[in-house]
Design a protein around this ligand. Structure first.
Ligand code: BES
Ligand code: ZN
Ligand code: ZN
Length: 498
């Protein structure tokens, strides 16, 4: 999608007209460029009460002599915050028909720069489909890129354009996260992810990607990553992304769970919906997408991301329930269920993060079915060893309408995960209750102290369980189906707005 901004009222292609609930006529400010027949048609529709302008509603006008239009509801004017504008923009793209064509002109009436920007953001985010694997029908005309023009008042164009450019850069990160998540697992395996990261780094001067391959991971003692990935012919790896890596000082370090397919391993999952486990690399897709959002918008600060990539397969080389493994941290883990594998790869990723002198560490993982039981598809589970930091992430999520809900990190859960008879930790809770919390408590055991000092202070850390929000979120209006690309925008907001 191309979005341009200009003053003036001429309409190219289809008019997009955002309206508040209760509008009874086309706003006067729009009358200039509007064909009188289209104006009459719209006024008639509004006067007859045939379009109420409820949020996320649209009405399409095609075939009249005055041109084509899509009316889009913003809901009640008093409630119309930037989230409403973003949703309305996304709704236009979701409901646009081929007959509307690809040239769209949006006309606002007295909206703020922020609100117009949010509307464009919604359009950009929703303009996504994953059809790389579909053959193009020969007699079907291929639609070109959507060309959106936003008309604004004289003097607003520069600031609106720069807001929209940032939204476009961030949306490219969201779309990258979705592309990675939607890619079928026969093509998205650990090395394929690493190759894509390697190629991506060539696009930017201030980005560096380092790949720790299987042999190096074994040598380094990354026992969690190795144990999960060794059952697959497609070997595991760790991919490290550095943006502005040469800059001095502390920086955010993001860590992602990247299971390119989770069969459960020897503790095999049931067959129903197992295909969905291709999304089990959603945590790594989130951090790769966030790095793209930051690089594309020219972020000047230093940021590091670590992705822990493995395929969890049953085989004669696979780990077994009963195994005890030694992780990068030196801590040992008794494996009681090979399907609780995300926490194993993350144990090495979190520990590795300590090498980058993090300001804070945030991990992203499609970690537990229990989190989906707790929060459904409406919110990500959010845990932290620092209450203020947890609040900051929660607020960053609210600011961009990606909910991350505070969950408890309790000593009792930590005790449950550290009472193995033969190892330092166990990868399964004692019972099935509180499974998302015991998983978070497990991860905390692998968050290093600053400079790895034995009695030092633990680095500020948060864990985000995106098992319910990375895909299957039907109420997420920014996406049609498949991977959502959630939290690229949250973390972009957190990093760039403090
Ligand atoms: N990848 C799954 C978690 C998952 C399940 C995400 C369903 C999204 C939807 C994870 O590796 C897993 O299998 N977790 C187990 C942990 C259990 C064995 C302690 C689970 O949630 O059942
Ligand atoms: Zn699993
Ligand atoms: Zn998993």
């Amino acid at each position: 999608m191309k979005v341009s901004v200009s003053p003036g009222h001429n309409i190219n292609g289809t008019l997009i007209l955002p309206l508040f609930e209760g509008s009874e006529a086309v706003p006067e400010s729009h009358e200039a460029g509007l064909h009188s027949a289209l104006k009459g048609q719209i006024n008639r529709i509004l006067q007859d009460g045939d379009f109420k302008a409820k949020l996320k509603s649209t009405l399409s006008i095609i075939g009249g002599e005055g041109g084509k239009a899509i009316l889009v509801g913003l809901g009640k004017e008093d409630d119309a915050d930037i989230h409403a504008f973003r949703k309305a923009g996304a709704t236009v793209i979701a409901n646009r028909k081929k007959a509307h064509g690809t040239d769209l002109t949006v006309q606002f009436s007295g909206a703020s720069i922020e609100a117009m920007g949010a509307f464009a953001e919604g359009m950009l985010l929703r303009d996504y489909s994953y059809d790389h694997y579909k053959q193009q029908d020969e007699d079907e005309d291929k639609e070109g890129e959507i060309d959106v023009r936003i008309t604004c008042d004289e003097g607003q164009e520069d600031s609106l354009e720069s807001v929209i450019n940032i939204h476009a850069g961030v949306a490219s990160g969201v779309h990258l996260s979705r592309d990675l998540g939607n890619c079928p697992p026969n093509d998205m395996y650990p090395e394929a992810f690493a190759d894509q990261a390697w190629e991506w780094a060539k696009e930017y001067d201030d980005v560096e990607v380092t790949i720790i391959n299987y042999d190096q991971a074994v040598k380094a003692g990354m026992g969690g990553l190795v144990a999960v990935g060794m059952g697959s012919a497609r070997k595991p790896c760790m991919v490290i992304f550095e943006l502005n890596g040469k800059k001095a000082g502390r920086c955010p370090v993001l860590v992602g769970k990247g299971i390119t397919f989770d069969t459960g391993g020897i503790s095999l999952k049931p067959g129903a919906n197992m295909d969905e486990m291709k999304y089990d690399m959603g945590g790594s897709a989130t951090v790769f997408g966030t790095m793209q959002a930051l690089a594309a918008t020219g972020h000047k600060g230093k940021v590091v991301a670590i992705t822990c990539m493995a395929e969890n397969m049953p085989s004669s080389n696979a780990q077994r329930p009963g195994d005890v493994i030694k992780t990068l941290s030196g801590k040992t883990i008794e494996i009681l269920n090979t399907d609780a594998e995300g926490r194993l790869v993350l144990s090495d990723g979190l520990w590795k993060a300590g090498e980058f002198d993090p300001e804070y560490i945030i991990d992203f993982a499609t970690l537990t079915g229990a989190c989906v039981v707790a929060l459904g598809h409406e919110a990500t589970g959010l845990w932290s060893n620092d209450d203020d930091f947890r609040t900051r992430i929660h607020e960053a999520g609210n600011a961009v309408d990606e909910l991350a809900w505070p969950m408890p990190l309790l000593p009792a859960f930590e005790k449950e995960m550290t009472d193995s008879k033969i190892a330092d930790t166990r990868n399964l809770g004692a019972g099935r209750w509180g499974g998302a919390n015991t998983a978070a408590a497990f991860l905390k055991q692998f968050v290093p102290n600053r400079n790895y000092e034995k009695d030092g202070e633990q680095i500020t850390w948060a864990h985000m369980d995106i098992a319910g929000t990375y895909w299957g979120a039907k109420t997420n209006s920014m996406v049609g189906n498949g991977a959502t690309g959630i939290h690229v925008r949250t973390i972009y907001h957190l990093i760039t707005n403090g």
